[in-house]
Design a protein around this ligand. Structure first.
Ligand code: NAP
Length: 272
């Protein structure tokens, strides 16, 4: 538990599902009041509000498309009207699509860049202004991906967007370090969320995905929420401009693994 988080207010974009939802629940357990931004999942957002309130903190669900600055301003204003201020901004909303690059339309490319990069910038900019006006040592947490470093065929738009988030985060962190506003990334590996529904459709697909990860399993989203709690808390107050990679070793060139050695190690661990 991070005691300094108690009573703070966090906005989480794309908060009604997957990593955003898990982060909202983790923050609520830390005593953080949570604003859930949703795009189309109104029912899930409202159900989550009930879960969060049952944990003893206040919560609000607000619809906004993160690519639209006016809608994002509405999200901030509604938050400020209800809670007075906010201290933590989690830019989590993201999309992906599997398209060979030679057939990718410019519309497909723009759509992913818009949500993953432009939407993240809009969230960062609004949070920076709010924190500076109030002289808050706020924390901005962007959810990038291991594909900010690992190339991904068929996902050129996605990997470009996440690579962009990485350098944007570093640039903003340097720009606002003097006023103690921290900007960091979390780069998840393979996480069991709706964005991967297609990739983990069959038990075999899921098993293959588990086996591809050096630690032997696709993680549940609460493993990313744990990092989001750390980065929001003052325990990480000297960390800015960093990406914390949470991927079970996926970014360690897993194709260089010798699977026979894995079997030799099996006797030293409980089966996952
Ligand atoms: P998810 O459950 O599909 O979450 C994505 C969320 O983003 C959804 O709630 C979605 O809402 C929202 N969203 C999409 N476009 C939006 C927009 N224009 N405005 C507002 N919200 C929007 O998948 P997830 O895995 O939790 O993804 C969260 C983040 O983690 C994403 O940035 C993703 O790239 C990143 N990530 C995930 C993995 C993984 O393995 N799961 C790995 C690396 C990085 P609607 O459905 O209502 O549109």
């Amino acid at each position: 538990m991070y005691n300094d988080l108690k009573g703070k207010v966090a906005i989480i974009t794309g908060g009604a599902s997957g990593i955003g939802r898990a982060t909202a629940i983790r923050y609520a357990k830390e005593g953080v009041h949570v604003v859930i931004n949703y795009h189309s999942r109104e029912d899930e957002a409202n159900k989550l509000i009930d879960i969060i309130k049952a944990l003893g903190v206040d919560a609000l669900a607000i619809q906004a498309d993160t690519t639209n600055k006016n809608e994002m301003e509405h999200l901030m204003n509604a938050t400020i009207q209800h809670f007075g201020a906010f201290h933590i901004m989690v830019n989590n909303a993201g999309i992906q699509s599997d398209i060979p690059s030679h057939t990718m339309s410019i519309e497909d490319f723009d759509k992913v860049i818009n949500v993953n990069l432009r939407g993240t910038f809009i969230g960062c900019q609004l949070a920076l202004n709010h924190f500076m006006e109030r002289k808050f040592k706020g924390s901005i947490i962007n959810i990038s991906s291991v594909h900010e470093i690992i190339p991904w065929p068929h996902y050129a738009h996605y990997s470009a967007s996440k690579g962009g988030v990485k350098l944007m985060t570093q640039s903003l962190a340097l720009e606002y370090a003097r006023v103690q506003i921290r900007v960091n990334n979390i780069a998840p590996g393979s996480i069991n969320t709706p964005i991967n529904a297609e990739n983990f459709k069959t038990q075999e697909d899921k098993h293959d995905a588990d086996m591809f990860v050096p630690m032997g399993y696709v993680a549940e989203p609460d493993e990313i929420a744990n990092v989001a709690a750390f980065l929001a808390s003052s325990e990480s107050k000297y960390i800015t401009g960093q990406t914390i990679v949470a991927d079970g070793g996926l970014s360690l060139y897993p194709s260089h693994r010798n699977f026979e050695y894995d079997e030799l190690l099996d006797e030293f661990t409980d089966k996952i």
